[in-house]
Ligand binder design. Structure first.
Ligand SMILES: [Ca+2]
Ligand SMILES: [Ca+2]
Length: 430
């Protein structure tokens, strides 16, 4: 009898060697089996070099790049201890930078002598659920979890911990596909992205980010809550990841976020740290393999009944994202809809928008999707492309919140914007 009790107690806490389950599926509906060669708990005292390549170690970049110039990978910036992987980013003028230009035409180490680091798995995998618990580096560098394979790249996330000029960057979670197919007209480009505005800064605390890459869909999760599910059919020729992938965990300077000559030693202090608790990849052996529909709380979300349920001026656009119509919102005007919400609940708000300007620097003339709740700070996401594209944001109601106002505002002084398929769904924790 005693033996039985001990066994029960022993398994009430995670047993050593017990398989962890996805935060997005704690009851294991997917029959998940962890893929050990591409997963790591970082429990040791050094990086497991049986599993990972540390780029630049002994001068070997394994045929990969040296990092995104001006930053360069320095293998000494990788450490493992206390259950975590740390990738440090430093202002390091004494480092021996490559005497060359990077693939972006910028010299390594000039004018910003920044060192970062990258590790890549030796093993590869195909399809599965990718999850990482981590805290991004709180500086002007990326903290990324991504994969590459023949013809396509999957970015689970490319966080940018702190951009002094673009506060939106600090709370942005974008998962994306990059096209690396030989001869493709979009080779080298990010051709699909799930651009989601979080309600926290990625460098403030640990959070769990996940992407399920299935044969027929891609699902995006944060802290176990599903942000989006997009089918292969919807993505069409943007579906590029069809081959085995290897895992990358790295940090880089991003010249499109902060220009190299705007980076300063003070931005790096005594080092900014991307801290990773675990990198886990599972293979699915059961459960549903589809995008299950979720209840949209917006009435007349696709403007097929003109402006019914909406207030504010708009006409109808005849080139919608779906159905026969979309809202055509004139310059300096807004449409809105009041929605009943539950207290203490997280929601995902999204829309398809064709915006007047295609430049993030012209944010003041662009358009935004947002939510207003009495007594709370307004939350928005901004649109920057002159073709229909989707963006989303998340918000959590407080203990007494019962109503939220969803709005779409066109800030342009003279150009019209198109909005369609506005969606508000509850993002329940599994
Ligand atoms: Ca760990
Ligand atoms: Ca429509």
């Amino acid at each position: 009898m005693k033996t039985v009790i001990y066994l029960l107690l022993a398994c009430a806490v995670p047993c050593s060697g017990a398989q962890p389950l996805p935060v997005s599926d704690p009851h294991n509906a997917g029959g998940w089996v962890i893929n050990e060669p591409v997963s790591d708990e970082f429990d040791g005292t050094t990086l497991d070099l049986e599993k990972w390549k540390n780029l630049g170690l002994n001068g070997d970049f394994y045929g990969e790049w040296k990092g995104r110039a001006p930053s360069q990978y320095n293998p000494a910036n990788v450490s493992v201890g206390g259950g975590f992987l740390t990738i440090a980013c430093k202002w390091e003028p004494g480092f021996s930078f490559a005497d060359a230009k990077g693939s972006n035409g910028i010299s390594y180490g000039k004018p910003a002598p920044v060192t970062t680091a990258a590790i890549i798995t030796k093993a590869r995998f195909k399809y599965g659920y990718l999850e990482m618990r981590c805290k991004a580096a709180d500086g002007p560098v990326s903290s990324s979890f991504w994969t590459t394979g023949n013809g396509g790249e999957i970015d689970v996330f490319e966080h940018f911990g702190h951009n002094p000029g673009k506060p939106y960057s600090d709370s942005r979670f974008h998962a994306s596909f990059h096209d690396w197919r030989k001869g493709s007209p979009t080779i080298g480009k990010r051709i699909w992205t799930n651009d989601h505005q979080l309600d926290f800064r990625v460098a403030d605390d640990f959070h769990v980010y996940g992407v399920e890459w299935a044969e027929t869909f891609v699902k995006v999760f944060v802290d176990g809550r599903m942000v989006n599910c997009v089918t292969k059919e919807e993505m069409g020729d943007k579906w590029v990841a069809t081959n085995e992938q290897k895992v990358w965990i790295d940090s880089e300077t991003f010249d499109w976020e902060v220009k190299p000559d705007a980076l300063k030693a003070a931005d790096f202090g005594d080092g900014r740290k991307f801290i990773v608790d675990y990198c886990r990849i599972w293979q699915r052996t059961g459960g549903s393999t589809a995008c299950e529909p979720r209840l949209n709380l917006i009435a007349n979300p696709g403007f097929e009944a003109d402006l019914e349920s909406w207030t504010g001026p708009a006409t109808m656009a005849d080139k919608p994202r779906s159905g026969q119509q979309a809202a055509l919102v004139a310059a300096k005007t807004q449409i809105e809809q009041s929605v009943t919400v539950k207290p203490n609940t997280t929601y995902i708000l999204s829309a398809w928008v064709k915006s007047p300007a295609a430049d993030i620097s012209k944010v003041w003339i662009n358009c935004k999707l947002g939510v207003r709740i009495v007594g709370r700070e307004e939350r928005t996401t901004q649109f920057f492309l002159p073709s229909l594209h989707c963006k989303s944001l998340q918000f959590t109601t407080g203990p007494t919140d019962r109503t939220a106002v969803i709005f779409f505002h066109n800030q342009s002084p003279n150009l019209r914007a198109v909005a369609d398929d506005i969606s508000l769904v509850e993002a329940a924790k599994p």
